[in-house]
Design a protein around this ligand. Structure first.
Ligand code: ATP
Length: 228
């Protein structure tokens, strides 16, 4: 059974329409890549799921109709978002950021410290003084502390140095292997995505151009819709 189902979802920013009937489903524990070139609607799809943009169509999450909910309710149902641009509370310490997000479940301070030892060493440091990569780890750790059933990672390694990117992908792979959590992952690197995700949905101008298993993605699809 699907955990998340989008059925003919449209979205608009004022007069300008950004999504045109997007449909796909994500099963419990599955990792799905959301792909497409710049401006094709990946972040808008995430905003539609998280109730941050006006939408049409139907979005079901664990039997709840998300289109009827306000954003904070969607989060409480078990959707953890790591947004583009890694937003944390800049003036709070690492520990305070984590505690502000905490909800009951297996992901507590000790568990996220195991995933990101660098954060554990910086518990009392204010978020604004962390490096970009450490702030990204904190953004992921915060989402984990809400103990979600679905984690959405929007460009989690964008603009980071190669070594830190590897560290973050390593953590995402561990989440996939060990947590049983469903993942929706947006990134520019097809090779990293295919190392974590079972399937991919490819967007083109706000609509699904292709979806299927990574191994079935043809060269023509890659060239036409991803520019690879
Ligand atoms: P990127 O890889 O660049 O982040 P994306 O696939 O995530 O791209 P979106 O950010 O979802 O794409 O953008 C889809 C379309 O919606 C684009 O045409 C974009 O210009 C438009 N758009 C995005 N955000 C807004 C906004 N706040 N107001 C108006 N239009 C927007």
């Amino acid at each position: 059974m699907s955990l998340l189902t989008l059925d003919s979802v449209s979205a608009r920013y004022g007069a300008s329409q950004a999504l045109f009937g997007v449909s796909f489903a994500l099963a419990e524990g599955e990792a799905l890549a959301l792909m497409g070139r710049n401006g094709m609607g990946k972040t808008t799809t995430v905003r539609a799921i998280c109730r941050m943009v006006a939408t049409g169509g139907a979005i079901d999450f664990a039997g709840h109709d998300l289109t009827r909910l306000k954003p904070h309710r969607a989060a409480r149902l078990g959707i953890g978002l790591v947004p583009e641009g890694r937003r944390c509370f800049a003036d709070l310490t690492v520990d305070e950021n984590l505690r502000a997000a905490a909800r009951p479940g297996p992901w507590d301070s000790a568990a996220v410290a195991g995933l990101f030892p660098r954060l554990a060493e910086r518990q009392q440091q204010v978020a604004r003084s962390l490096s970009g990569g450490e702030q990204q780890m904190l953004a992921i750790a915060r989402a984990l502390m809400t103990n979600p059933r679905l984690m959405i990672l929007d460009e989690a390694t964008e603009g980071l140095a190669p070594l830190i990117r590897q560290e973050i992908w390593g953590a995402i792979r561990r989440l996939k292997a060990e947590s049983g959590m469903a993942l929706l992952v947006i990134d520019k690197s097809p090779s990293e995505l295919s190392s974590v995700c079972d399937r991919a949905v490819v967007l083109e101008r706000g609509a699904v151009a292709w979806q299927g298993r990574f191994g079935e993605m043809t060269g023509a699809v890659k060239q036409q819709f991803l520019g690879i």
